[in-house]
Write a protein that binds this ligand. Structure first.
Ligand SMILES: NC(=O)c1ccc[n+]([C@@H]2O[C@H](COP(=O)([O-])OP(=O)(O)OC[C@H]3O[C@@H](n4cnc5c(N)ncnc54)[C@H](O)[C@@H]3O)[C@@H](O)[C@H]2O)c1
Length: 279
């Protein structure tokens, strides 16, 4: 077998994540569930955290045939005591945390002119404070070990506000800043921190939009790849960032949106030019 052949062998641990202790919050559904699945597929030990622990346990069952150990824990990431308890349980059951993925999130559509402070705070408590709490508690284990990698799920909304996005866009913009702050503060202790910013991904969070006739096609037309993303598209980018293959990548953000963010000029009317050039 040549060197090239061995790199192409599916069992080759190209990512080096086999045996690593990885903690995923928001693991009961959508993007978090897909990341937890992908990590189990490469042989990582995975802690599945969510306020919906039944969802984690169901996923754990479907992953039972894969190598590595799994642990499902109830954890509302906005609750400091629950996050601390989860960090202790993971250390006890699986060992010191190597990787953390902040994927839990909520979305509330409201106009800023009418937003109630309680709603603003409730969203930030999960989307921002929860990411900090998990980074702080699981990051402590990484700093002690002198190595670790954190990936936060941000959003295309972080840099592209949409009407009625209310607190969501500010929360995701803050996640980008939080990630860079962590990169700067904990980089000297061997901890990397990066973001993945999804575009339009079909999950339980967004499924109601796609139930409306014509929405899927209209949204697909806004992407360069002409398709709505799958949770696996996000998981693939996350695994790269977690891995040693990205050991010199920190404070960065990967946009995974099928080219949505570079479509703006193509939507500007330009007499004499078709919106999409014939090829
Ligand atoms: N789906 C998209 O199009 C899209 C686009 C950009 C960004 N995102 C982001 O991706 C992440 C995952 O979203 P998704 O689409 O998979 O949604 P989802 O609703 O399918 O999954 C979110 C999970 O987070 C959990 N969760 C919510 N609040 C929690 C809390 N306080 N503590 C613990 N768990 C909690 C939910 O129970 C759920 O299992 C979110 O941060 C979201 O903002 C999604």
């Amino acid at each position: 077998m040549t060197t090239t052949d061995s790199l192409l062998t599916p069992t080759h641990d190209w990512l080096g994540l086999k045996g690593k202790v990885c903690v995923v919050n928001g693991a009961a559904s959508g993007i978090g569930a897909s990341i937890a699945t992908a990590l189990a597929q490469v042989g990582a030990h995975v802690a599945l955290l969510d306020r919906n622990v039944q969802g984690c346990e169901m996923l754990q069952e479907t992953l039972a045939h894969l190598p590595g150990r799994r642990l499902s824990l109830t954890c509302d990431i906005s609750d400091e005591a629950q996050v601390k308890a989860a960090a202790q349980a993971v250390a006890l059951e699986l060992g010191s945390t190597d990787c953390l993925i902040n994927a839990a999130g909520i979305l509330r559509s409201v106009n800023l002119a009418e937003i109630e402070l309680a709603d603003w705070n409730a969203l930030l408590a999960v989307n921002l404070n929860g990411y900090l709490l998990c980074a702080r508690e699981f990051g402590r284990q990484m700093r002690t070990a002198g190595a670790g990698s954190i990936v936060h799920i941000s959003s295309i909304a972080a840099h592209n506000p949409q009407p009625y996005s209310g607190a969501y866009t500010p929360s995701k913009a803050a996640v980008s800043a939080l990630s860079q702050q962590i990169a700067v503060e904990w980089g000297p202790h061997g901890v990397r921190s990066n973001c993945v910013a999804p575009g339009m991904i079909l999950t339980a969070l967004t499924a109601p939009y796609y139930d409306h006739p014509g929405i899927t096609e209209a949204r697909e037309a806004f992407t360069a790849t002409r398709r709505i993303g799958k949770p696996e598209d996000i998981a693939n980018a996350v695994l790269f960032l977690l891995s040693e293959r990205a050991s010199y990548v920190t404070g960065s953000e990967i946009e995974v949106n099928g080219g949505l963010s570079c479509m703006l000029m193509g939507k500007i009317p330009r007499p004499g030019f078709a919106a999409t050039p014939a090829t």
